[in-house]
Design a protein around this ligand. Structure first.
Ligand SMILES: Cc1cc2nc3c(=O)[nH]c(=O)nc-3n(C[C@H](O)[C@H](O)[C@H](O)COP(=O)(O)OP(=O)(O)OC[C@H]3O[C@@H](n4cnc5c(N)ncnc54)[C@H](O)[C@@H]3O)c2cc1C
Length: 402
């Protein structure tokens, strides 16, 4: 029996587990892969987008990555990140259970009594006083029966999925700007040599010379929580990588000697299910820079929507220097007494989620969820009863930028 079980070891889950453990709670983090990091490692999403309000545990992670020489500007090394996270969570005393896929949840009178995880033909029933859903897709909440939203209001379509990949052996001297490479790409697309609904090539440097990171495949119209459609999406995205790799080698001199260095373990999911919480954060809240009495964190990243249907990426920014706040009420559904959500599956519309989904903000939300669980545990409260002023005080004491 644990005090807290966190399901999902991505940016939100790591922060939630560390925050809960630092308050002395016995904490288990359950993860389906054999390593931590979520999209930062399994998804090979290796730049942190910048935002105001990324305090608390996020700068601690950056400090640890820097010690390992795993950072360069906003870019970091996904492989070293796996080592850094093992070291960090183990040092904190968080119990880890890898290769454990959440498959079942028992709910009694609005309280989760246990979850079931499965792997290698084994099934384990795990009990805790509080549970935090950091699965990105809201698997825990959905299995518990929390009402969920999916994608856009009008048609439930989600942002497209993308398999990130990195090429080595690139000639940095000959590397083209995003604009110039995109011109060649669009010409090849128009001539039928490339098939990809994305309108341009999105690439980043890695932390090492002669390597380029691509966030440029695009799979639209697939359901990210259907394993059948995820299979189709994986194949489609890797097909785009194969085609793009050959095209780059043959037609773009910087890539003549390039080779595939890494392909993400799984296709990257920007958006899927979100919980229907006590409050749902909206586009107006984000763009209007709304502040909440119940704030547990802030964010200034724009609404960044890759078209769910095909070409196009729309970016809507906040007023310069402004930010919006994320209220605690987006982290739970009042019908579920011991369940919190953190990360990209909190209660938010398609548009609001397109801002708060960045990794630093997911860590901010995760830290708040871990601390909230510890306050609830101390007095045997439901998550809804957590005194938010105290939560804010404790978050500030833990370095959060509130
Ligand atoms: C292609 C792409 C590009 C992006 N670009 C950027 C960027 O440049 N910068 C940035 O800051 N953000 C970027 N993002 C957004 C960001 O990476 C994610 O929104 C963020 O990682 C979400 O964090 P999370 O902890 O909520 O979920 P995730 O990172 O998805 O982590 C969820 C974890 O839960 C585990 N899990 C899921 N289901 C189960 C289950 N049933 N049982 C057990 N474990 C489970 C997963 O394996 C994973 O480890 C990008 C996202 C994508 C997909």
């Amino acid at each position: 029996m644990y005090s807290v079980i966190v399901v999902g070891g991505g940016p939100a889950g790591i922060a939630a587990a560390v925050a809960a453990r630092r308050r002395g709670l016995s904490t288990l983090l359950v993860e389906r892969y054999g390593f931590l990091g979520g999209m930062a490692t399994a998804g090979l999403v290796t730049p942190f987008m910048s935002t105001l309000g990324a305090g608390g545990l996020y700068p601690e992670l950056i400090g640890r990555l820097e010690k390992w020489e795993a950072m360069d500007g906003r870019n970091f090394d996904g492989e070293l990140t796996k080592l850094v996270l093992d070291e960090w969570l183990t040092e904190e005393g968080v119990d880890l259970l890898f290769h454990a896929l959440l498959t079942g949840v028992k709910v009694e009178n609005g309280k989760i009594s246990s979850i079931t995880v499965a792997g290698k033909g084994e099934e384990l029933e795990l009990k805790a006083s509080y549970f935090i859903d950091c699965t990105g897709d809201g698997d825990l909440a959905a299995l518990a029966g929390v009402p969920m939203n999916m994608g856009r209001g009008e048609d439930r379509l989600c942002q497209p999925m993308t398999t990130c990949f990195q090429l080595g052996g690139v000639d940095d001297e000959l590397m083209l700007s995003r604009e110039k490479l995109s011109l060649l790409y669009n010409k090849a697309k128009a001539e039928g040599r490339l098939k990809n609904p994305r309108e341009n090539v999105l690439w980043f440097y890695t932390i090492r010379p002669n390597e380029i990171h691509f966030n440029t495949t695009r799979v639209v119209g697939k359901n990210p929580v259907s394993i059948k459609e995820l299979t189709e999406a994986e194949l489609e995205a890797r097909g785009q990588i194969a085609q793009m790799f050959r095209w780059l080698k043959e037609e773009v001199p910087a890539f003549k000697d390039a080779y595939i260095l890494r392909i993400a373990t799984q296709i990257g999911v920007r958006e899927s299910r979100t919980i229907k919480g006590a409050y749902q954060l909206t586009e107006e809240d984000v763009l209007g820079g709304r502040k909440f009495l119940q704030s547990i964190g802030k964010c200034s990243y724009p609404i960044d929507i890759h078209s769910p249907k095909g070409e196009g990426t729309t970016i809507a920014t906040l007023a310069p220097g402004d930010w919006y706040e994320i209220p605690y009420t987006t982290l739970y559904n009042p019908g579920f007494k011991n369940l919190l959500a953190a990360g990209r599956c909190i209660s938010s519309t398609h548009e609001a989620q397109a801002s708060l989904r960045i990794m630093p903000t997911c860590m901010v939300i995760g830290q708040a969820a871990g601390l909230a669980a510890s306050l609830a545990q101390a007095d045997g409260l439901s998550v809804e009863q957590v005194p938010v002023e105290l939560l804010q005080t404790e978050l500030k004491a833990a370095g959060a930028d509130l």
